[in-house]
Design a protein around this ligand. Structure first.
Ligand code: GLP
Length: 240
């Protein structure tokens, strides 16, 4: 794994944006694997700023997101589809039909998983962006998820519900279930960029980078990826 340690979160975001912009400028038809959470917000702001200043085009870019809460749709401010439209897509010239997320409102969840897997087969990711959960999860692949997993329904770990409750008015409102790309889907990306910021991620980051490769730490699978770069600020990297 390549490791870039930055002085702060802003520099982490700039370094991550450089890699993404390089991909987008070299390949106007690139497929971007995108993530939600607070960590990628600075990188998305950089892409929006670059679009405003330099007019980089996203007309032919396609995006696929990692995950979505079950029961939430585009009209819910806490949904990941809302997050992506609000924090990134509205600043780009990307047609919304080129942007894909699992449908949290699907009636038949196993059919939705099959649909998303089939879609991923047609959209091999040029680059995949990831954050990391404090328990070592990536996307919503919680500890214990098989490395061979594809898109599936998950029940979130209690610690994840607690971590994510800061974004909801009340902890009871945090959805307990989600649809997520599996670890196998994530590993198919040609290139992976993991962002991590803050002391709360230090344990998870050190297990990901230096620990045993085990399903107990889903992010540890990234040690097996041939082109994975971790960009961590110095707090998140403090235990490496
Ligand atoms: C959620 C998302 C993950 C994300 C994680 C960390 O669980 N499903 O993709 O990496 O949160 O979020 P944050 O960046 O807010 O710490």
């Amino acid at each position: 794994m390549n490791i870039i340690i930055t002085k702060d979160q802003a520099e982490m975001s700039r370094e991550g944006a450089k890699i993404f912009l390089d991909v987008i400028r070299n390949d106007p038809y690139a497929v971007l694997g995108l993530a939600t959470g607070t960590t990628p917000l600075g990188l998305y702001a950089q892409l929006a700023e670059d679009r405003r200043r330099n007019g980089t085009s996203y007309r032919n870019i396609r995006t696929v997101n990692l995950d979505e809460y079950i029961g939430l749709g585009a009209e819910d401010e806490q949904s990941y589809v809302y997050f992506m439209r609000h924090n990134l897509f509205r600043y780009l010239d990307i047609p919304l039909e080129n942007t894909h997320l699992p449908n949290g409102k699907a009636e038949d969840l196993s059919a939705e998983c099959a649909r998303y897997n089939a879609l991923l087969d047609t959209l091999p990711r040029t680059v995949q962006l990831l954050g990391i959960g404090s328990n070592g999860h990536i996307a919503f692949n919680e500890p214990g998820t098989p490395f061979g997993s594809e898109t599936h329904v998950v029940t979130l770990a209690e610690s994840t519900v607690r971590d994510n409750s800061r974004l909801f008015a009340r902890q009871e409102n945090v959805p307990r279930r989600a649809l997520t790309m599996g670890l196998k889907n994530i590993m198919e990306a040609e290139k992976i960029v993991v962002l991590a910021s803050g002391a709360g991620k230090a344990n998870a980051v050190s297990s990901m980078v230096r620990g045993v490769v085990t399903e107990a730490v889903p992010a540890s699978i990234l040690q097996r990826h041939p082109n994975c770069t971790l960009i961590a600020d110095k707090e998140a990297a403090s235990l490496i």
